[in-house]
Write a protein that binds this ligand. Structure first.
Ligand code: NAG
Ligand code: NAG
Length: 272
């Protein structure tokens, strides 16, 4: 059984990012990600919508969407890229223009059609991608009765939640923990958006642990240790983060702290 579960975890990590056109990517040690964009052959013009370069840019737009509109009951996943182009913008970087649709994995299951421009700046030090996004139907989103109920249930400090391994090694998430998993995915999107470059594709892999913090504010306060998966390097990257949420205040990320895997490492991958 244990073997089976481990296998599930591996398979699901691979499945997070289907359709792998490896040829576009630099080879070698992930620590060498200081490869300047100019050294990497990047596709320009119309891109194949199902292929990696288009999907990677759409994933960044999705992280942006989640940081703006995510909640414990609303988290968007990529459904399909319909159209994608890429162009160099002078010395300023590379811009991807995308048409795609997203699914709300939270509770509504609704599908939205979006378009976005994603600019990966070409700078010596890493700077986050810049995203401009429009989605049909986003204006109608308002906080739901289940968000309100979840908030009321957990805002009283004598019911502090703590949990670990969401999902567990078999991929199971209990019904009670789903909103905490969704909130972690949204909060992790703030980090994944900030850390993304043309040489990464981040997905949320697992919540190692979560504990609710006491607060005098009218916000749920949650401390997470999350595991992010970078599809390009196949690395699992650990971050600690402190996130707050309320139906009115939305999701905010107050602190983030990269967790080195090796004792001598001193900076997160994007700092390379
Ligand atoms: C996952 O959870 C379900 C429902 O709680 C349970 O029936 C099932 O046995 C679990 N699966 C594994 C592999 O543990
Ligand atoms: C949370 O998980 C991480 C990674 O497994 C571990 O290093 C850390 O000690 C855990 N923290 C708590 C409070 O359990």
């Amino acid at each position: 059984m244990e073997m089976f579960c481990l296998l599930w975890l591996l398979v699901s990590l691979v499945r997070l990012s289907p359709a792998l056109p490896v040829s576009q990517e630099p080879e070698g040690n992930p620590a060498d990600r200081s490869v300047t964009p100019a050294a990497v052959e990047m596709a320009t013009g119309d891109l194949v919508p199902t292929h990696f370069p288009a999907r990677r840019a759409a994933q960044v737009a999705l992280h942006h969407l989640n940081t703006r509109h995510g909640s414990p009951f609303r988290v968007f996943g990529l459904q399909q890229v319909h159209k994608a182009t890429a162009e160099d913008v002078g010395t300023g970087g590379r811009k991807y223009s995308l048409d795609f649709s997203v699914t709300d994995y939270g509770s509504s299951g609704s599908v939205l059609r979006c378009s976005a421009d994603v600019l990966f700046p070409r700078t010596e030090k890493h700077s986050p991608p810049e995203v401009q996004l429009r989605c049909e139907g986003l204006q109608q989103i308002s906080s739901s009765p289940e968000e309100e109920a979840f908030y009321q249930k957990h805002i009283s400090p004598d019911s502090a939640v703590s949990a670990h391994d969401i999902p567990d090694s078999c991929g199971n998430i209990s019904q009670d923990m789903k909103p905490f998993w969704h909130l972690a995915r949204v909060a992790a999107s703030f980090i994944m958006l900030r850390e993304s470059s043309e040489n990464t594709e981040y997905n949320m892999a697992q919540v190692a642990n979560v504990s609710q913090q006491e607060t005098s504010e009218k916000q749920l306060m949650l401390k997470y240790h999350v595991l992010l998966h970078d599809f390009v390097s196949q690395e699992i990257i650990h971050w600690k983060l402190l996130s707050s949420w309320s139906p009115d205040g939305g999701v905010r990320v107050l602190e983030t702290e990269w967790q080195p895997k090796c004792p001598h490492a001193t900076k997160p991958p994007s700092a390379n």
